[in-house]
Design a protein. Sequence first.
Length: 150
Amino acid sequence: MLEVQTKAPDFTLLDQNGKSVSLSDYLGKKVILYFYPRDNTPGCTKQACGFAENYPHFLEKEAVVLGVSKDSVASHKKFEEKYQLPFTLISDPELVAIQAYDVWKEKNMYGKKVMGVVRTTYLINEEGFIEKAFGKVKAADNPMQMLSEI
């Protein structure tokens, strides 16, 4: 995980609509940048739906929610439409942001060691610095946790 008080690495990737998105586009706003393993899995769906449910509260606090996984733009689009997600999902199949934010780790899946995204959430301040960092977050609790942090 990256250290608190360090400059958040910028990136430019595609969102669920195939539109280019950079972290620097959001300077001047608080950003909840969350990394998750995969679209349409139980934990990731709970986490995304929790952010969607609380999205009006994030907007009231002038915060932006960005979800990042290595899934394709098409997968993100289906995920967004299926659950009516009101925030931006970022596709990172080349692991650009995933590796920059140090969330690509060895994991234990059913006794096998595999590489994958460790569910991690960063709160980035208006100047682009990491204000808070949470590793191995609980998917269902993360949206409310982040709401209380901003």
